[in-house]
Design a protein around this ligand. Structure first.
Ligand SMILES: C[S@@+](CC[C@H](N)C(=O)[O-])C[C@H]1O[C@@H](n2cnc3c(N)ncnc32)[C@H](O)[C@@H]1O
Length: 244
């Protein structure tokens, strides 16, 4: 018997401000049978849901998927497979699903791993990825500086131990910076680079710190939702700190 599949959407909900969803994302959220919410632990809040909820019908069905933040490949693979199985059960019953994800689904999102597994069974025509505004776009906008202009390159990097050689690029976005912030700031300082640290953009607790120093963070734990914009020229803007 042929399966009548429901449609699966990967919906980017932007970095934090509920006004920063596309019209397409909102239309999808208002039309699907189920919204799937990724959570690092089931008893934790979901930032993506906090952003998306005002756009969803009050009675929409929710499915929470536990997708832990760990580097253990076996644990990850198991969680993705279980998550995909839950979604496939619903899709096979012709239910449409919006899987919500922070920022854009194509940039460092669990969505990509889940989708790989879903694609083993789900035909391509039942999949739609809805792009979202990335955290780095929101970061540049929030300080009224460009990410790059003219012929300048722009490099997007996760904050790993081997990024040093890349830090001379004119424009660098350092994502996932929280666990290595003092280390990244030291590497930048050694190269005489200027940076802005942006935390929880568009969310309660938003903070923008201009030209942060490694010593500022000796004892402060930095929120996971933080990134560094590194530029040749900060155009003399905004020394110090701003909060919301
Ligand atoms: C798993 S990646 C997700 C990126 C997301 N898909 C995007 O398009 O921006 C998580 C990283 O994105 C950045 N990030 C996401 N949301 C943010 C926010 N509201 N404020 C600052 N950084 C954010 C941080 O560097 C965080 O560690």
């Amino acid at each position: 018997m042929n399966t009548t599949w429901g449609k699966f959407y990967g919906v980017g909900v932007g970095p934090g401000d509920p006004d920063l969803l596309t019209l397409k994302a909102v239309n999808v959220l208002q039309s699907v049978d189920i919204v799937a919410i990724p959570k690092s632990k089931l008893d934790r809040e979901s930032v993506a849901w906090d952003i998306a909820k005002i756009h969803c019908p009050a009675n929409v069905r929710l499915i929470e998927l536990e997708l832990p933040m760990t580097s253990d490949q076996q644990v990850l693979e198991k969680a993705w497979r279980e998550g995909a199985k839950t979604l496939l059960n619903e899709l096979k019953q012709a239910k449409s699903i919006a899987f919500i994800t922070l920022g854009d689904p194509s940039l460092y999102s669990t969505y990509s791993y889940l989708l790989n597994i879903l694609q083993e069974e789900l035909p391509q025509e039942y999949i739609a990825t809805v792009p979202g505004i990335t955290a780095m776009a929101a970061a540049a906008a929030s300080i009224n500086l460009p990410l790059a202009t003219g012929d300048e390159p722009l490099l997007i990097l996760p904050s790993t131990e081997d990024v040093g050689e890349f830090l001379n690029f004119p424009n660098v976005v350092l994502m996932k910076v929280s666990r290595r912030l003092p280390e990244m700031l030291t590497l930048l300082e050694e190269r005489g680079r200027k940076a802005v640290l942006l935390t929880r953009l568009g969310q309660p607790g938003e903070k923008i710190r201009w030209e942060p120093k490694p010593s500022d963070f000796a004892s402060e734990k930095i929120d996971y939702l933080s990134l560094l914009l590194v530029k040749n020229d900060l155009l003399g803007r905004g020394k110090g700190e701003s909060k919301r």
